[in-house]
Design a binder for this molecule. Structure first.
Ligand code: AMP
Length: 606
C-alpha cells in the first residue's frame, strides 16, 4: 500500500437520524455508498435477542423492523451520548428503554450510548473500506456546536471503540459552512447555520475570519425536528379517522407515523398526498388526502418554535457586538420543506441558501476538513468565475450540473455515477455547458467513452471530476473505481471564454423555458423511478410472491399495471402527477413484500 493510501482520512456526520461518511477523492468531496448503494445510514441499531448469538443490525434493516422489536432497537442515541442519568428528565427516564447504571451512567436498551454509537460508526467504517477498497481508520467527526466537553469526549470514545482514530472533532455548522465553500470567500463574515434534522434543531452563528471559523453563539432544542411534524401529521390522520391514539396498537401508530413522514417528504415537491389505509383497524379501511397547504398549517407551529430559538442566538451574537448576519445557510433534511425558506425570509429578511442535498452538507464539510488534514485539498486563490454551468448528461437525457454557473475558478468538483442497465460495457460522458434542464438544450463541449467492467445494474462506480485551472482549461477526468483506469478529456478555454451575448441568451432561455424544462425533468425522473420499480416488483413477486395473500398480490399487480399503462400514454397525454401517484401506490402496495424480502435476506444471513 502506498503512503497516500495509508494517509486517507474520512469525514463522518454522526447524525441523530442518519449518519454519513465522505472523503475527498481526486480533489472533490463525495459521500461514500455502502454495498447496496445507500449513502445515508439510518442511525438505528438493533441488538440480537439475548441468547440468539446473532449479529447486531445497523441501518435501514434495523429501522424497518424497529416496530417488531422495539425493546432491542435503539434510535436517536445521539440525544443521550455523554449525558448522565442525572441530566435526563424523569419523563425521558420513564422511556422504557432507559435505565441507570450504579454510577449514574445511562443505559439505553441495556447498552451504553457509546456502545450503541460505536455500532453505527463501525458500520460507517465498513462502508468506507468497501467504497475505498482499502483499510480506513482515521476520521474527522462532527458534533453539534452546543455539545459540551463530555459529549465530545463520549463521541470520541465511541469512535475509538469502533476502531477509528479521531483526527479532529469539528462543529457541524462549521462543516456545513465548509461545504458551502465559505472558507474560500476572502472577507470576514458572519454566518448563521439553521440546521433542522429529524430530531434536533440548532442555530449557530459563526464568524469566519482568515479561513478560520469561530462559534459566536448557538441555541437549539434537542427535541425538535422533522419527527415532530410527522407526529402532527399522524395526529391529523387520526382526527380524519375519528380515532384516538389510545385506540391503536403501537405498531399501528408507528405505521401512521411512517406514512406521515412519507407524506411530508412527498409534499415538499407535490400538492397532495393520498393516504390509503386498507383494513387498518378492525377490518375497517380509510382513504383521505393531505394537501401541501394542510401540511403547512400543521408544520407552522412547530417551525415557529425554531424562530424564538434563532432569536436567542441572534441576541447573543448582538450582545457580543455582532448584529449583522452576512449569510444564512440551511442544512438538515427537514429544510427541504419549502415553507422553511419562506418563513426564514419573512422572519429575518434574508434569503437563505440551500445546497442541493441539505442532508449531506455536514458530511461533505467533514470530508473537506479531512481532506485538508491529509493534504488532499489545497487552499486555492480566487481569480475568476465560470460564466455558465458545466455538467454532463445523465440517465434520461438530463443535465447534471457539476460546476455551477458563477463558480470561482480554479474549481474542482465531481460526482460518482453508476451503470443504469446490467452488463453495460461503457458510459458515454457528454460534457455540457448551459443552464437548461435537458441535456439536448445545452452546448456540447466534448465527449468521452469510459469502458468499465460489466456487471449488474448499479455495480459500476465511475467517478467524474471536472477541474478548471487558473488558465480556464477544463479537464474532465473519469475513473472506473474498480480498475482505477483514468480517461482524460481536455477542453481549452471553451469552458470559460464564452461570448457575453451567448451567455445572456442561454440564461434568458433558461428562464423563459423554466416551466417546460422543469416539467420535463420531473416527468423524466418519475419515468425513471417507474422503470426501476416495475422489474424490481416483478422480481420480488417471483422470489417471495407465494408468501403474500392473493388479495395483496392482486393489489400489487393492479398497481404495477397502472404504472405500466401510464408510461405507455402518448406524449401529449402524459400525466406526471398520475404517474407519481401510481409509483407511490405501487411502492405502498409492496411494503409487505419488501418486508418479507428483508426478513428472508436476514434469515439467509443468519
Ligand atoms: P437529517 O437528520 O438531516 O438526516 O434529516 C432527517 C429529517 O429530514 C427527517 O425528519 C426527514 O423526514 C426529513 N426530510 C428528508 N427529506 C425531506 C423532504 N423532502 N421534505 C421534508 N422533510 C424531509
Amino acid at each position: 500500500m502506498s503512503n497516500a493510501e495509508q494517509e486517507v482520512i474520512v469525514g463522518i456526520d454522526l447524525g441523530t437520524t442518519n449518519s454519513l461518511v465522505g472523503v475527498v477523492d481526486s480533489g472533490f468531496p463525495i459521500i461514500l455508498a455502502d454495498q447496496a448503494g445507500h449513502r445515508m445510514l439510518p442511525s438505528v441499531v438493533q441488538f440480537p435477542a439475548d441468547d440468539s448469538g446473532a449479529e447486531v443490525i445497523v441501518g435501514l434493516a434495523a429501522r424497518n423492523s424497529q416496530v417488531v422489536h422495539p425493546e432491542r432497537t435503539v434510535s436517536s442515541i445521539k440525544r443521550f451520548i455523554g449525558r448522565s442519568a442525572n441530566d435526563v428528565s424523569t419523563e425521558e427516564m420513564q422511556n422504557e428503554q432507559l435505565s441507570r447504571t450504579g454510577s449514574d451512567g445511562l443505559l439505553v436498551a441495556g447498552k451504553t450510548p457509546e456502545k450503541v454509537s460505536a455500532e453505527i460508526l463501525s458500520e460507517l467504517k465498513k462502508t468506507a473500506e468497501y467504497a475505498l477498497e482499502q483499510p480506513v481508520s482515521r476520521a474527522v467527526i462532527t458534533v453539534p456546536a452546543y455539545f459540551n466537553n463530555t459529549q465530545r469526549e463520549a463521541t470520541k470514545k465511541a469512535a475509538e471503540l469502533a476502531g477509528w482514530k479521531v483526527e479532529r472533532i469539528i462543529n457541524e455548522p462549521t462543516a456545513a459552512a465548509l461545504a458551502y465553500g465559505l472558507d474560500r470567500e476572502g472577507e470576514e463574515q458572519l454566518v448563521a447555520v439553521y440546521d433542522l434534522g429529524g430530531g434536533t434543531f440548532d442555530l449557530s452563528i459563526l464568524q469566519l475570519k482568515e479561513g478560520l471559523f469561530e462559534v459566536i453563539a448557538t441555541a437549539g432544542d434537542t427535541e425538535l425536528g422533522g419527527d415532530d411534524i410527522d407526529q402532527a401529521v399522524a395526529e391529523f390522520f387520526l382526527s380524519k379517522m375519528e380515532l384516538q391514539k389510545e385506540d391503536l396498537e403501537s405498531s399501528q401508530w408507528a405505521e401512521l407515523l411512517r406514512i406521515g413522514r412519507e407524506a411530508k417528504e412527498y409534499l415538499s415537491e407535490n400538492e397532495a398526498y393520498d393516504v390509503r389505509l386498507p383494513f387498518f383497524r378492525e377490518g375497517k379501511s380509510w382513504e383521505f388526502s393531505l394537501t401541501a397547504e394542510q401540511l403547512e398549517l400543521l408544520a407552522d407551529p412547530i417551525l415557529l418554535r425554531t424562530k424564538s430559538i434563532c432569536q436567542r442566538a441572534f441576541a447573543e451574537a448582538e450582545a457580543k457586538g455582532k448584529p449583522q448576519i452576512d449569510q444564512l445557510l440551511m442544512v438538515g433534511g427537514s429544510t427541504r420543506m419549502p415553507l422553511i425558506a419562506r418563513r426564514l425570509k419573512e422572519w429575518f429578511g434574508k434569503e437563505p441558501q440551500m445546497s442541493g442535498n441539505p442532508d449531506e452538507a455536514v458530511a461533505l464539510g467533514a470530508a473537506i476538513q479531512a481532506g485538508i488534514l491529509c493534504g488532499r485539498v489545497r487552499n486555492v486563490v480566487l481569480v475568476d468565475v465560470t460564466p455558465l454551468s458545466l455538467g454532463i448528461e445523465t440517465f434520461g437525457g438530463l443535465m447534471n450540473v457539476i460546476i455551477p454557473r458563477n463558480s470561482t475558478i480554479p474549481a474542482k468538483a465531481g460526482e460518482m455515477f453508476t451503470n443504469a442497465v446490467a452488463n453495460q460495457e461503457s458510459l458515454a460522458i457528454r460534457v455540457l455547458q448551459g443552464e437548461r434542464e435537458m441535456a439536448r438544450d445545452n452546448w456540447q463541449l466534448g465527449e468521452i467513452e469510459v469502458p468499465f467492467t460489466p456487471g449488474p445494474k448499479g455495480s459500476a462506480r465511475v467517478g467524474v471530476q471536472f477541474t478548471i485551472d487558473q488558465d480556464g482549461i477544463l479537464e474532465v477526468l473519469s475513473r472506473d473505481t474498480s480498475t482505477g483506469e483514468d480517461h482524460i478529456l481536455e477542453i481549452r478555454n471553451a469552458a470559460v471564454d464564452v461570448d457575453d451575448e451567448a451567455v445572456e441568451k442561454m440564461v434568458e432561455e433558461s428562464i423563459d423555458f423554466a416551466f417546460e424544462d422543469m416539467s420535463e425533468r420531473i416527468w423524466t425522473e418519475a419515468e425513471m423511478k417507474s422503470r426501476e420499480l416495475l422489474p424490481a416488483v416483478e422480481a420480488a413477486l417471483t422470489v417471495v410472491g407465494e408468501e403474500i395473500t392473493d388479495s395483496e398480490k392482486l393489489e400489487i399487480e393492479a398497481a404495477a399495471s397502472d404504472v405500466a399503462s401510464l408510461l405507455e400514454l402518448p406524449e401529449n397525454r402524459r400525466d406526471v402527477n398520475a404517474l407519481k401517484a401510481a409509483n407511490q401506490k405501487l411502492d405502498d402496495a409492496t411494503q409487505t413484500l419488501a418486508a418479507i424480502l428483508v426478513e428472508k435476506a436476514l434469515d439467509e444471513a443468519l
